[in-house]
Design a protein around this ligand. Structure first.
Ligand code: ADP
Ligand code: MG
Length: 669
């Protein structure tokens, strides 16, 4: 048994390596100048062929009809991919917008003179169909897009079925089960060219959209919606906007289809397979890529023609098997194979070579006495300052602390309950401008929950939160972020399938972007700021690696960088050093001090490493069982009997933590 297994394992590895070599070669070739030229020439050739086909190509009417239907399917797949692929909301009912566009057009065009007016001309009817689909999508998306994962999918399937039944029953308007007949049209070629132009336009539009901040934010929502909110992205608004756009666009093609078909009834206008074809084409071509739905749907059409002709009754089975094979072996579809950053390939590569973590610094390679690059400043300084100077430059002592000024962030009497458990029980905490405050306490004492309350992930059961002079107790997280609060997370939240650079460039101050700014690319200032911060945080060598491939410590640095990208007033750090190797901990410490002293950013940090807190914080707050146990300088706090008891038990050690105990295993109790 074992030799067989060994042989199989070896053969599998060899095959994977060989496969990845071939793919790597192909990717490199396609990414090179010559490959890119070939791809472009091929795309243009296909387009020219499609343009010439009806006239010079002498294609029959039925061929043109099939191709026009294919354009429709490609368009629907592109629209489906906007929510399903880019935003990560898999929609099982997308065909509903097709039906609504088709029916609106059909109703308007088939009006009898005696009834509500007379039949509309095609163009305004189709355009109104598009508007109605988009508006209904905005309305329905407002409710369904709060649902997560399968709940959203099922809700949309329900919407689809309900809408079809409404159309079927509302006979006076829709003709019920009998359907509606539209006036005949004259020119089939016209549809062909119109839809070809629209599809090419739609491809161009998604290509452009993906490169704007809006497109990048959609991907952020897919990767980590809560993280995106916490970094200032108005997720609900963007989700509904893209959902509504996709609905309108599919509605447009529905209207065109109705006119071309000259007849609609509920069973052909509202047909589930339209959704599933879009999903399947997109999966085959590459979910969440621009060309994926185009390649996949075209391939599916071609396959179907072949399979249909040769397999007769078995074509559906074959199609199902094909889908399973794609999901199993080509999780990123055809386009994914050629994606330079394909995560599955990276994984394959790492498995084959035994390499771990992104290339670049190892966690211990940074010399402790290294000079730290300066943070990006508004006037863009790039010189260096050494560690001793940084520490000396810190402007304060505990007593002189910002007396009289109002706090940068303040929680008063914060209470948070989970069922019967009171995780935070009336805690008041203040951080003054420019201050570094530590928040410590045993495991489960409510530190993370307090952070979640301050940053508005949780709503409070009692108490209030101020950020500067603003009451933020009821604001949504994205608004809190826009007012200048940034944070990192105990369980790291980065956008794993995006590169380090993309992660940074996505974490801008969204409050200053504005509606139109969403539709621009990342600007030069953002790019150079991201670069400077990556230099500062030792992330530059791995700036083009996917964040998911970084080591834990590197990801913690990335999270700090992402927090700083938004020019925060205050940063909440939740265990920024946990799971990080001791040398890197020192580097993180230096950088936090630099951030604080150079930019005046206030820091509130949860740490299990008491030595770390004692070294850099002027004030420490201790929590125990959801209550504030003590507050003061690190030394004062560690000499409090109550703190010693909470940490070490009644028979506790009496020596303060400065005695070199460092991490002291406090967390393990
Ligand atoms: P700390 O960060 O200090 O280790 P937490 O704030 O994570 O502590 O947890 C405080 C208490 O609240 C713990 O008892 C924990 O089990 C509980 N708790 C935290 N989050 C939730 C939640 N979402 N639902 C229920 N209980 C929770
Ligand atoms: Mg915690």
């Amino acid at each position: 048994m074992t030799p067989l297994r060994q042989w199989l394992g070896g053969a599998g590895r060899a095959k994977a390596l060989l496969g990845s070599r071939a793919v790597t070669w192909l990717r490199q070739w396609l990414g090179g100048a010559r490959g890119r030229l070939v791809v472009r020439v091929a795309a243009v050739a296909v387009l020219v062929w499609l343009v010439l086909l009806p006239t010079a190509g002498g294609a029959s009417d039925s061929t043109l009809f099939t191709l026009t239907l294919m354009f429709t399917s490609v368009a629907v797949a592109i629209n489906w991919n906007l929510t399903g692929g880019f935003t990560g909301y898999v929609d099982f009912g997308h065909a509903v917008w097709f039906g609504i566009g088709a029916y609106t057009t059909a109703i308007l065009m088939s009006l009898q003179p005696s009834a509500l007016g007379i039949g509309w001309p095609a163009i305004p009817a189709i355009l109104l169909g598009m508007v109605v689909s988009g508006a209904l999508a905005a309305l329905i998306g407002r409710f369904t897009m709060h649902l997560k994962g399968p709940y959203f999918s099922i809700a949309m399937l329900g919407t689809f079925v309900a809408m079809r039944e409404i159309v079927r029953t509302w006979g006076g308007l829709t003709g019920g089960g009998v359907g509606l007949t539209l006036p005949p049209y004259l020119n089939r070629q016209l549809f062909y060219y119109l839809e070809l132009a629209l599809v090419v336009g739609l491809i161009g539009l998604t290509w452009w959209l993906r490169r704007t901040r809006f497109g990048a934010a959609l991907v952020a929502i897919r990767e980590d919606e809560l993280g995106a909110q916490m970094r200032g992205i108005a997720t609900t608004r963007l989700k509904v906007a893209v959902f509504s756009f996709a609905g309108a666009s599919t509605g447009l093609f529905g209207g065109l289809w109705a006119y071309q078909n000259t007849f609609v009834d509920p069973d052909i206008a509202f047909i589930e397979t339209r959704t599933f074809d879009a999903a399947m084409g997109t999966l085959l071509g590459g979910l969440g890529t621009v060309v994926g739905p185009v390649l996949g749907t075209a391939a599916l059409y071609w396959l179907r023609e072949v399979l249909w002709a040769n397999l007769l009754d078995y074509h559906l089975v074959t199609q199902g098997v094909l889908l399973i094979l794609v999901v199993l072996f080509l999780p990123r579809g055809i386009a994914g194979v050629f994606d330079r950053r394909s995560a599955s390939l990276l994984r394959l590569w790492r498995r084959a070579t035994g390499e771990s973590g992104a290339p670049g610094i190892s966690e211990s390679s940074v010399d402790g006495s290294a000079r730290i690059p300066l943070l990006p400043s508004p006037n863009g300084g790039g010189s260096h300052l050494d560690r001793g100077a940084l520490v000396a430059a810190r402007p304060r002592g505990v007593d002189g602390l910002a007396s009289g000024s109002s706090p940068a962030v303040a929680g008063s009497g914060v209470v948070k309950r989970f069922g019967g458990l009171t995780a935070v029980d009336g805690v008041s905490i203040r951080v003054y401008p420019g201050e570094m405050v530590g928040l410590i306490g045993p495991n489960g004492s409510g530190k993370t929950t307090l952070f979640d309350c301050l940053s508005r992930i949780h709503s409070l059961d009692d108490g209030a939160i101020q950020l500067g002079d603003k009451d933020i107790t009821r604001l949504p997280p994205y608004k809190v972020a826009r007012l200048g609060m940034a944070r990192t997370f105990q369980v790291i939240r980065v956008y794993r399938e995006l590169t380090v650079r993309e992660n940074m460039e996505l974490s801008i101050q969204w409050g200053s972007v504005g509606a139109l700014g969403h539709f621009r690319r990342t600007d030069e200032a953002t790019r150079s700021k991201a670069q400077q911060l990556m230099d500062f945080l030792m992330l530059a060598p791995m700036s083009d690696a996917l964040a998911g491939t970084l080591s834990g410590g590197q990801r913690r640095l990335l999270e700090i960088g992402m927090a700083l990208m938004s020019d925060p007033v205050v940063v909440l750090l939740d265990e920024a050093t946990s799971g990080v190797n001791p040398t890197l901990v020192e580097d993180i410490k230096d950088r936090l001090v630099a951030i604080n002293s150079q930019q005046g950013v206030s820091l509130l940090m949860v740490e299990h490493n008491v030595q770390f807190v004692a070294d850099i914080c002027e004030r420490v707050v201790v929590l125990d069982s959801g209550r504030k146990l003590a507050e003061g300088t690190p030394r004062q706090v560690m000499e409090e009997p109550a703190v010693v008891e909470a940490y070490f038990g009644a028979q506790g050690r009496k020596d303060p933590p400065e005695g070199g105990g460092s991490t002291t295993g406090l967390e393990s109790q």
